[in-house]
Design a protein around this ligand. Structure first.
Ligand code: FES
Length: 107
């Protein structure tokens, strides 16, 4: 498993990592929120595409949501719920993580 340091992500920003999730290698979005982090599979519930606009580059809306670059679905960053766009009410799949000793680790 790739372990990386929280400080590698700017506060409020995102990183894309390749982790083993449920026995498969998956692209995972890690979001930094101050001293904590949250993570989701990089799979949009609308049409199953990755969310980034370019490799490792995720779009954040003016109101602080993560926007899928494919068709504009916007996700709030607490529970990963789609709050606007074509899959409103659906959720990104959470990947449990913790920050310990400054490192983001998958639980
Ligand atoms: S695949 Fe994300 S909005 Fe369509």
């Amino acid at each position: 498993m790739t372990v990386f340091r929280l400080e590698q992500i700017e506060d409020g920003g995102f990183a894309e990592v390749q982790w083993q999730v449920g026995g498969a290698s998956e692209s995972v979005i890690v979001h930094r929120d101050g001293d904590t982090a949250r993570a989701w599979l990089n799979i949009c519930p609308h049409a199953g595409r990755p969310l980034e606009a370019a490799p490792g580059h995720f779009v954040k809306t003016r109101d602080g949501h993560l926007m899928c670059a494919a068709h504009g679905a916007s996700f709030e960053l607490q529970g990963g719920e789609c709050v606007a766009g074509p899959c409103r009410g659906q959720h990104l799949v959470a990947v449990p993580v913790e920050v310990r000793d400054g490192e983001v680790r998958q639980l």
